[in-house]
Write a protein that binds this ligand. Structure first.
Ligand code: ADP
Length: 493
């Protein structure tokens, strides 16, 4: 046996290899018949047929073209082009339904095929190797994905939401339909991230967007509300929400999220705020004069020892103070919401401020014992009046939400870089699910014990905003029916 002939495989081995190869058909280039010469097992399986049924027959006779298939990709035309050009032709996707012998009906199938010309001994194209892959599952998955996208787009349209995606690598910005309208632009306007940013005021860019972006790079979550100015100069509000997607090395890759036009609800909020501001402002004047009259009467009373009148005046004075606190709370709330709550920083001893607040609380309320655990002087740089307000809120809540004759404990601690103030009571306590929401505006715990205690749920909201403006932290530890400890910390140095 020659060396060469040792490397030649017997013919029937080729036959077996062909028959085991994926989805292949060998077709003779005998235009226009295109006789089927060989078929692989999987081809027969795909098309639910047998070798006997197709070998030696013309391709179109066995697999007649679907009526609605584009002329360009009809099998017969493709084979003709392969023979005429001598070039391989791929058809990436086409539909050809298969007759299922068992169910006796046609089943929807999608395919991808390749048609390779093979030359005969004389150099002419003698055969075509037709290889097919059943891509029905992929096509169906894609159709479902498209359908879902369509549904999502309809939902987005109905809710006035748009979605966006920003590459953190090259700043590529993609977005859904509806984005341009949210910015008051023609729906077809091509948008860039810089274009949209230019519609935000410089102040909001500096105070809201950049800090939120920096924060998102750390936490992975993006959420803020901001004002945008439309080309017609009208003002609108949007809410942006997003998440950061990381690559396999945990580097930031993309930021994606939604954008919602909240102009209507924002305008309602502004109207409500204006109303609160106006009403509280109007109430302030008569209240101040009632307070002055009560003080005047109390002075007059000094000469005349009527115990009942003295008692009634003290009570009236306390009620007026309560009402004044409420009204100042509302005024602060409206200032806060319109961005006008000012923080005036100064250096002061927080223990001295606490001592003053405790003395005041004890004057109004002598049913509770107040213990103050603090030594010496702790200097902080903060707004004395606003921090006093936070302490008052903690103290008055501790008194309000704990039984008569119980003890309220105030503790201050100094660490290297911050100070911490805590107010503990042994009162009704707070369930964990409520603890998370206490610092939200108007949040009050819904329970029988609390429903008959007056309040509007703005004190802790204001306190948390004040502490945030000092770059401090505010939190609560509490157990139902055991008591609560409200704390805040302020950075020092
Ligand atoms: P207000 O007391 O005027 O309702 P706050 O914002 O000060 O408003 O408090 C919000 C809610 O938090 C209260 O309604 C109450 O349910 C709960 N809360 C606050 N402090 C305490 C406390 N020390 N113990 C129990 N619940 C408290």
């Amino acid at each position: 046996m020659s060396a060469e002939s040792q490397h030649i495989l017997p013919k029937d081995i080729f036959q077996t290899i062909f028959e085991k190869s994926p989805g292949s058909l060998l077709i003779k280039a005998d235009m226009p018949r295109f006789t089927i010469l060989a078929a692989s097992d999987s081809y027969l399986e795909f098309t639910d047929t047998t070798r006997d049924a197709i070998l030696g027959r013309g391709f179109s006779e066995v697999f007649p073209d679907n009526g609605n298939v584009d002329e360009q990709i009809k099998a017969h035309n493709v084979f003709v082009r392969v023979v005429n050009t001598g070039k391989k032709i791929d058809i990436p996707r086409y539909r050809y339904d298969i007759f299922n012998q068992q169910s006796k009906c046609y089943e929807e199938h999608h395919w991808s095929c390749s048609n390779v010309p093979i030359k005969g001994d004389n150099g002419e194209i003698a055969y075509i190797l037709n290889t097919v892959v059943d891509i029905t599952a992929e096509v169906k998955a894609k159709e479902t994905a498209l359908e879902n996208e369509k549904r999502l787009n309809l939902a987005l349209e109905a809710t006035g939401l748009a979605t966006w995606e920003l590459s953190l690598i090259d700043n590529t910005f993609t977005y859904s339909a509806g984005m341009a309208e949210i910015f008051g632009l023609n729906p077809d306007t091509p948008l860039t991230i810089d274009m949209l940013r230019s519609q935000v005021t410089e102040e909001d860019m500096r105070n809201i967007i950049l800090p939120s972006y920096q924060q998102a790079l750390i936490s992975g979550e993006y959420l803020y509300e901001v004002k945008v100015v439309w080309p017609d100069k009208s003002q609108h509000w949007i809410k942006i929400q997003g998440t950061i997607i990381y690559d396999e090395h945990n580097n930031h890759e993309t930021m994606l999220g939604t954008i919602l036009d909240i102009t209507e609800s924002k305008r309602d909020e502004i109207r409500k705020n204006d109303f609160i501001a106006m009403a509280s402002h109007e109430l302030k004047t008569p209240l101040t004069s009632i307070k002055a009259y009560i003080q005047l009467l109390a002075k007059k009373l000094d000469n005349n020892n009527d115990e009942f009148v003295a008692n009634a005046l003290t009570k009236a004075g306390n009620q007026v103070n309560k009402m004044a606190n409420l009204i100042y709370g509302f005024l602060d709330l409206s200032r806060l919401e319109s961005g006008k709550l000012q923080i005036k920083m100064q250096d002061f001893d927080i223990n001295k401020l606490l001592a003053e607040n405790i003395a005041e609380a004890q004057l109004i309320n002598n049913n509770h014992t107040i213990i103050f655990n603090a030594a010496g002087e702790i200097m902080v740089h903060a707004d004395r009046e606003r921090i006093g307000q936070v302490i008052n809120n903690f103290l008055s809540n501790a008194i309000k939400y704990s039984p008569k004759d119980s003890t309220v404990t105030i503790t201050t601690k100094r660490f290297d870089d911050e100070i911490e103030v805590s107010v503990s009571d042994t009162g009704v306590g707070i369930k964990p699910k409520d603890q998370e929401k206490l610092f939200q505006r108007f949040y009050r715990v819904d329970s029988d014990e609390i429903n008959n205690i007056t309040g509007f749920g703005i004190g802790l909201y204001l306190a948390s905003e004040i502490i945030q403006r000092h770059k401090g932290k505010i939190w609560v530890n509490s157990e139902e029916n055991k008591g609560s400890t409200f704390s805040f910390s302020l950075p020092i140095g």
